[in-house]
Design a protein around this ligand. Structure first.
Ligand code: FAD
Length: 397
């Protein structure tokens, strides 16, 4: 590390000592501690203080340009801010699709006006975004989407249905794909557009998942007016933007599972193992001991590989098809980890609700069920394998 970077690290550490609320330390992976932003979020005083302090320093988006409220830092300094936040096991000061998906996409494809309108609000946590890609008959084959946008001069009139809209009921804006030319070849008649969810004609209904939670919704659009100023890139050329955003999405999903929070996760698996198999210096069950060692080693290797790619990305590279490799591996590894946790707990992991089970065990069961969706969201594993075969390995169709 250069002297300048070392000095920067000391500065960030000193700032964190003052700015990061003590009550959030040690809660880096706690779902209730995460800050998503948006008009509908109720934040604790600690969360509010942490978000405000980070916004002031530009640390909610450390590498985004200063003119929009970002930190204006280089990739190395940005990574250092993230790693210092993790060192204290703090939640990120802000998370969500604004920072991880639509923000980077607007930086690449947005007009100056779109950047000025949306990026500062994302950085300050004022607006929460959701993704309107999937439809009842367009998931893996996304390009066959049917949500129609009729040209009405200065605006489009949008009609159709989106589904699996994660956090749609908690979001303020949606980025979505609409069909603007039904006669064109399917990838060519699609437009990428931004929608304020308060616009008349939008109805959002939560869908209950197998895990019991309702993190996603169906979205109905009936005669919804969207100004043409909200089109990102040209009309009928949204497919390129859509694919670029999917690259950011896969990186985000992979990063969640290779995030450097593995030490805390490893501790939690090991402590569950000790509690259930007995702590006599060596776990008594040799098969589970092997599975545990394998998962922990694979998590460490994955974390290092993600880190190595992040180091490579400091040269300014955008996510390419290799993000599919991480998406497949990271999500399948997470499922293996949850299956291992269930095996370690034995019958305790059968609990869904009721007094016979601890809170901890019930949460584990629901987390395991939630992990089933990891290999579907953001494009299924089968689709990622197709992308890897064609675009990474160059295999014939
Ligand atoms: C937790 C979760 C959150 C989500 N959040 C969002 C969101 O916020 N916004 C959004 O727009 N969407 C979201 N989705 C939707 C997600 O992107 C789709 O579910 C996914 O793309 C698969 O589409 P599908 O469900 O229609 O399945 P289908 O496309 O019908 O696929 C069914 C099965 O067929 C396989 N298959 C399909 N085509 C092929 C092929 N060519 N080759 C090999 N196998 C194939 C698939 O792998 C899958 O196993 C979310 C999904 C989940 C589970």
């Amino acid at each position: 590390m250069t002297t300048a970077l070392e000095a920067f690290r000391r500065d960030v550490r000193a700032w964190l000592e003052k700015a990061a609320p003590k009550g959030l330390r040690g809660h880096g992976s706690d779902p209730d501690a995460q800050i998503w932003g948006g008009k509908k979020e109720r934040r604790s005083p600690d969360q509010e203080a942490w978000l405000r302090a980070a916004v002031e320093r530009g640390f909610t988006a450390p590498t985004w340009p200063k003119e929009f409220g970002g930190g204006g830092l280089g990739k190395e300094e940005g990574a250092l801010v993230t790693s210092e936040i993790r060192r204290l096991d703090l939640p990120a000061p802000l998370t969500g699709f604004g920072l991880s998906m639509i923000g980077p996409t607007l930086l690449q494809y947005g007009t100056e006006q779109q950047k000025r309108d949306h990026l500062p609000k994302i950085i300050r946590g004022e607006i929460r975004w959701c993704q309107g890609y999937s439809e009842p008959n367009a998931g893996s084959d996304l390009a066959s989407l049917q949500c129609s946008a009729a040209d009405e001069g200065d605006h489009f009139l949008v009609n159709g249905q989106k589904t699996w809209t994660s956090y749609g009921d908690k979001a303020d804006w949606m980025f979505l794909l609409v069909r603007t030319d039904p006669a064109a070849k399917k990838q060519q008649g699609i437009t990428f557009i931004l929608l304020d969810l308060d616009t008349p004609g939008v109805t959002i209904r939560p869908i209950r998942l197998i895990s019991g939670a309702s993190p996603f919704c169906e979205t109905f659009l009936e005669n919804v007016r969207i100004s043409k100023q909200n089109v990102v890139t040209d009309i009928n050329h949204g497919w390129t933007v859509a694919k670029a955003l999917l690259g950011h999405e896969r990186e985000m999903i992979a990063a969640v599972f290779g995030s450097g929070r593995n030490a805390a996760r490893a501790d939690s698996v090991v402590s569950v193992a000790k509690r259930h198999l007995g702590d006599t210096g060596r776990l008594s069950d040799p098969v589970l001991r092997d599975r545990l060692a394998q998962v922990l080693m694979d998590e460490k290797c994955f974390e290092l590989t993600v880190q190595r790619t992040a180091d490579g990305a400091r040269a300014g590279r955008r996510p390419g098809p290799e993000s599919s490799l991480f998406k497949v591996y990271g999500t399948e590894l997470n499922q293996r980890r949850h299956e291992l946790l269930c095996s370690l707990r034995g019958p305790e992991s059968l609990g869904w609700e009721g007094e016979g089970f601890s809170e901890d065990a019930l949460q584990q069961t629901r987390d395991w069920l939630r992990s089933r969706g990891n290999t579907i969201e953001g494009g299924t594993s089968e689709i990622q394998l197709n992308i890897i075969a064609k675009r990474v390995l160059g295999l014939p169709d």
